[in-house]
Design a protein around this ligand. Structure first.
Ligand code: EPU
Length: 438
C-alpha cells in the first residue's frame, strides 16, 4: 500500500512524544534469539516494519515469535527448520537483515540462503565484508542466480578477522557467530552503542566477549547459549530526528525515552547550532532558541563521531541557520540525494566531490558527491516530494512542515520502516496534515 501526506507547513512542532527501542538494535536482538537453547524475551520493541520483516523471516525458519502488541516479544527457537529460498526472498522485503541470519543458521542447520538484499538506496551497500567474515569462520559461499547459498556442515570455527572499515553490520556478523568453536579476534570493529547492547544481550545468553579500547573484540567460543531477557536501548536516531524537527520548524519537543549517553555527539552539535536542550532522567527536550541559528561544520563518522543517520534531518535544520554550514559525509558515498528536493523547496545547497572536512576520507579520491555546503537562512517553499529512503524521507517531512504552503509527500510508507507511529506523533506535536492511502 502506498501512502501520501498533504502537509500544511509553517507550524512549529510542539509537545511530547516517546521513542522506544532502536531500529538498528531490535532486529539483531531478534536474530540473536536463534542462538539460544531456550526462549528469549525482548522488551521495548517498537511497532516498525523492520520488526515485522524479521518476525516473518524467523517464523519461516520455525522460530515461534509472539508479539504482545505492547512492545514485548517472546521468541522460541526450539524448532528451527530450513526455509524455502523463494519464501525467504518474498519475506525479505527491503531489509538487509537476512545477511545477519547466516551465522546463527550455519550453526543450527549447517546451511543458509540470502536473497538479493535491499535496504535504503544510499550507495552500493555491498556485503563483501560479511561474506569474508563468514568465509574466515569456515563457511562455503556459493553465488546462485536467486541469491547466495552458504554451507558449513561441520559448524563454524573461531578466526582472526580484520575489517578494512569499522562496519556495523560486519561487526554484528562476527558477534552473531559467537558459537564458533575456539577463539575469535576481530580487529577494526565498530563500537556503536547498538553493538554494545547486542554484546550485552549475548553476555546474558552466556557468551564471553571482551571489548578492548582499540577496536579489538575477543570472543571465546562457548558450547551453548541460553535465551535472554532484555529491554532494547532507546532509538537515538529517531530521538535526534525529532530534535532536528524542533530546530527546523522553530518548535519545542520533549522526546521521552531519549538517552543522553548515546547521543552526546548529537547534543554537542545541536547546542553549537544554537538549539536549547533540557536533559532529564526520562528524556530530552529539544527547542528552538527563538533567535538566529548558527552555521556549523560537521563530519559524519563511525561512533563516537557524528552518526551518518543524524545527518539528513540536521541538514534541513541547517537551511534555517544564518550563514554557511559544511557537511562532510564519510560513511556512505551517496547520502545527499535527498537534498535535490530541498533545493526545489528553495534551500541553497551545493554538493561537492571533494572532502570538505578536516579529515580526508576514503571517498576523496573517487568521484562521489559526498560534501555539502548549505547557505542560510532560506525560506522553504511547499513542493510535491517523493520519499527516496528512510532518513531522507523523514527529512523531507520536516522540510514540508517548515515550509510555507501545502506540500504533497508520496511514498511515506518507507518512513514506517524506522519511525514508529510517526503520523500519530506528528498529530501530538500539532502538525497540520491529511493522510491518503492508495
Ligand atoms: N560496507 C562495505 N562492505 C560491507 C559492509 C559495509 O563496503 O560488506 C561499507 C558500506 O557500504 C558503508 C560502510 O561500510 O559505506 C558502513 O556500513 P555499515 O556496515 O557500518 O552499515 P550497515 O551495517 O549496513 C547500519 C545501519 C545503518 C547505519 C550504518 C552506519 C542497520 C540495519 N543499519 O548499516 O542505518 O547508517 O549501520 O551506522 O543497523 C538507517 O537506520 O537509516 C541506516 C541506514
Amino acid at each position: 500500500m502506498s501512502s501520501a501526506l498533504t502537509i500544511t507547513g509553517g507550524v512549529p512542532l510542539q509537545g511530547t512524544i516517546k521513542v522506544r527501542g532502536a531500529k538498528n538494535l531490535v532486529p539483531k536482538a531478534m536474530v540473536a534469539a536463534l542462538l539460544g537453547a531456550t526462549p528469549s524475551t525482548l522488551r521495548n520493541v517498537p511497532h516498525i516494519k523492520d520488526v515485522q520483516v524479521v518476525t516473518d523471516l524467523l517464523s519461516l525458519h520455525g522460530v515461534a515469535v509472539d508479539n504482545d502488541g505492547q512492545g514485548k516479544l517472546h521468541l522460541d527457537p526450539s524448532n528451527v527448520v530450513r526455509a524455502q529460498h523463494a519464501d525467504i526472498d518474498a519475506h525479505a522485503g527491503d531489509s538487509r537483515i537476512p545477511i545477519l541470519l547466516c551465522g546463527p543458521l550455519l550453526h543450527t542447520l549447517g546451511e543458509a540462503f540470502i536473497p538479493d538484499l535491499g535496504g535504503c538506496k544510499i550507495g552500493d551497500r555491498p556485503i563483501n565484508y560479511h561474506l569474508d567474515v563468514l568465509r574466515h569462520f569456515g563457511a562455503k559461499v556459493e553465488k546462485l542466480d536467486s541469491g547466495i547459498r552458504m554451507s558449513a556442515p561441520n559448524g563454524l570455527h573461531g578466526a582472526k578477522v580484520e575489517l578494512p572499515y569499522p562496519s556495523v553490520g560486519a561487526t554484528e556478523q562476527v558477534l552473531l557467530a559467537t558459537r564458533a568453536r575456539g577463539r575469535t579476534e576481530l580487529r577494526g570493529a565498530a563500537t556503536e552503542p547498538e553493538i554494545m547492547d547486542l554484546i550485552a544481550i549475548l553476555q546474558k545468553m552466556g557468551a564471553i566477549i571482551t571489548v578492548q579500547t582499540d577496536r579489538v573484540i575477543h570472543i571465546e567460543g562457548v558450547e551453548s547459549l541460553s535465551g535472554y531477557n532484555h529491554s532494547a536501548m532507546s532509538d537515538r536516531i529517531e530521538a535526534a530526528s525529532w530534535g532536528s524537527a524542533a530546530l527546523a520548524t522553530g518548535g519545542d519537543i520533549f522526546v521521552e525515552g531519549a538517552t543522553q549517553a548515546d547521543m552526546m555527539t548529537f547534543l554537542n552539535t545541536f547546542r553549537k547550532v544554537g538549539g536549547d536542550l533540557d536533559i532529564r532522567e526520562d528524556g530530552i527536550r529539544f527547542s528552538h532558541p527563538g533567535t538566529a541559528l548558527k552555521p556549523i561544520v560537521v563530519e559524519t563518522d563511525v561512533h563516537p563521531g557524528f552518526m551518518t543517520d543524524w545527518q539528513q534531518p540536521l541538514v534541513v535544520a541547517l537551511t534555517q541557520a544564518e550563514g554557511v554550514s559544511i557537511v562532510h559525509e564519510t560513511v556512505y558515498e551517496n547520502r545527499f540525494g535527498f537534498t535535490h528536493a530541498l533545493q526545489r523547496m528553495g534551500a541553497n545547497i551545493q554538493l561537492h566531490r571533494d572532502c570538505l572536512g578536516s579529515t580526508p576520507c576514503r571517498f576523496g579520491q573517487s568521484n562521489y558527491v559526498h560534501s555539502a555546503i548549505i547557505s542560510g537562512r532560506t525560506e522553504l517553499r511547499a513542493q510535491d516530494i517523493h520519499v527516496p529512503d528512510l532518513r531522507g524521507g523523514f527529512s523531507h517531512l520536516i522540510a514540508a512542515l517548515s515550509a510555507e504552503g501545502v506540500s504533497h509527500v508520496t511514498g511515506v510508507e518507507l518512513i514506517e520502516r524506522g519511525y514508529e507511529h510517526f503520523t500519530t506523533k506528528l498529530e501530538a506535536l500539532g502538525a497540520t496534515f491529511d493522510v491518503a492511502n492508495s
